[in-house]
Every structure is written in structure tokens, then in C-alpha cells.
Design a protein around this ligand. Structure first.
Ligand code: BTN
Length: 218
């Protein structure tokens, strides 16, 4: 596995995509200290204090059809949650037992016909950042574990977990074991009710309704 280090970039997603287009193999990873245009899910920005957290994008070349692509991110989130002893908020936020967010995944997909050509899987993980002005729901490994963390050791754990999982896409049993969302009353867009299960295609079942995309609120 090749890890490329960068100082400040616009987004590690952009850097990794350029490498993927140039033929970089499965597992190639870009890690940056800072981003000026960090991307989050649902068109949002991802902000992080420079030098304190993990900002990375990994190139995955899984031999799966496009319809299985959502399962890749769910599996990665479950694998990393297990490695770091965290929970997963649907679909792929890393949270503590109180639902405070430590990190999230962003998957950008390139297809070749009905197959996945590659996925740029981005992870933003709050490691040593302590203050989150204006983000009352955010936390970090440092806050959770009660002291500064070794970013390199966390990076190693994270990459091992993602690569180990990516040999077994579709391991939704692990996600279900690590789920913070299941068994809770939630709201996703217009739908509100008990989140009862994760369907095999990755949909969250809320009050009997299948949700394929969105943001879980309390
Ligand atoms: C989310 O919205 O929860 C997903 C956030 C993903 C952020 C990471 S940081 C590294 C990579 N580069 C980006 O621009 N975004 C992802």
C-alpha cells in the first residue's frame, strides 16, 4: 500500500482522483495536513483544524457491480468503527455512544459500464482537535479517550481496517453490530419513526419506509 503525504491541498479527493486516473493501484492513499476545499456528504464542506486530524482519500478498485457501491462505504465505516471502538450512524458517520460525530466518509465513484472502475473513499476523522466552535455535536478521539493521540498509529489502524474490509464488501453484519442508529426514533427528511433495520442493499428502514439517502436527525 502506498501512502502519499501532502501539506495543504484543496481536497484529498481531487489528489486521489488524479492518481487513480493515472492508474494508481488499489490501496493508494493521499493524506493531507490541511484542506482549503474539504468536501462533505450532501454537498457540504468538511472543516478541520490543520495538522490535528486525519484527512485522507484512498483509491479502491473493488471487483463489484455499480449497484453494490453503497455497500462499500457502509462496510468501510463499520470496519473503521470496529478498529477504533466507535459506532456508526447511518449511513457512514463515525460517532460515540452519545451520537457525537468524530468522522465521516465520502465516496466518489467512477464506473466502467455496470462495474465499479474505482472509488475514491475519503475519510475525515477528528483525532486531536479539541474545540469545535459552532459544532456542538462534534467530538474527537482525543476528547473521547482523554488525551492526545498518535495520528500515525490511528492512520495505520484506519488503513488496515479499510483494506481488510474491502476484500469482503457487503459485510453488513459488522455494520449492524456497530449501529448507533438502529432501535432509535429518528427523522430522515420527511420520514420519522423507529429505525428498525438495515436492508441488504444498505437502505435504512424507518417506520417501515426504506430510506436510500439522507441525513439522520434525532
Ligand atoms: C461527511 O460529510 O461526513 C464526510 C466527510 C468526508 C471528509 C473527507 S476529509 C478527506 C476527504 N477529502 C475531502 O474533501 N473530503 C473527504
Amino acid at each position: 500500500m502506498q501512502v502519499q503525504r501532502r501539506g495543504e491541498v484543496a481536497s484529498t479527493q481531487v489528489e486521489a482522483r488524479a492518481l487513480a486516473e493515472a492508474g494508481a493501484p488499489h490501496g493508494t492513499t493521499v493524506v493531507a495536513d490541511a484542506q482549503t476545499q474539504g468536501r462533505g456528504r450532501l454537498g457540504r464542506r468538511w472543516a478541520a483544524s490543520p495538522g490535528e486530524n486525519l484527512l485522507l482519500s484512498i483509491i479502491l478498485r473493488p471487483p463489484v457491480p455499480v449497484r453494490e457501491a453503497p455497500l462499500l462505504t457502509l462496510g468501510a465505516a463499520a470496519g473503521v468503527a470496529t478498529a477504533l471502538d466507535l459506532l456508526v450512524k447511518w449511513p457512514n458517520d463515525l460517532v460515540d455512544t452519545d451520537g457525537h460525530k468524530l468522522g465521516g466518509f465520502l465516496a466518489e465513484l467512477e464506473t466502467a459500464g455496470d462495474r465499479v472502475a474505482y472509488v475514491i473513499l475519503g475519510l475525515g476523522l477528528n483525532v486531536n482537535q479539541f474545540d469545535f466552535p459552532g459544532l456542538p455535536n462534534a467530538t474527537s478521539l482525543r476528547r473521547l479517550r482523554g488525551g492526545p493521540q498518535d495520528r500515525e498509529a490511528v492512520l495505520d489502524d484506519v488503513l488496515r481496517a479499510i483494506l481488510a474490509w474491502s476484500a469482503h464488501p457487503g459485510r453488513l453484519d459488522l455494520w449492524r453490530e456497530r449501529a448507533h442508529t438502529l432501535g432509535r426514533h429518528v427523522r430522515v427528511g420527511e420520514v420519522e419513526g423507529l429505525a428498525t433495520s438495515l436492508r441488504d442493499d444498505g437502505a435504512l428502514i424507518v417506520g417501515g419506509v426504506a430510506i436510500l439517502t439522507g441525513e439522520v436527525g434525532g
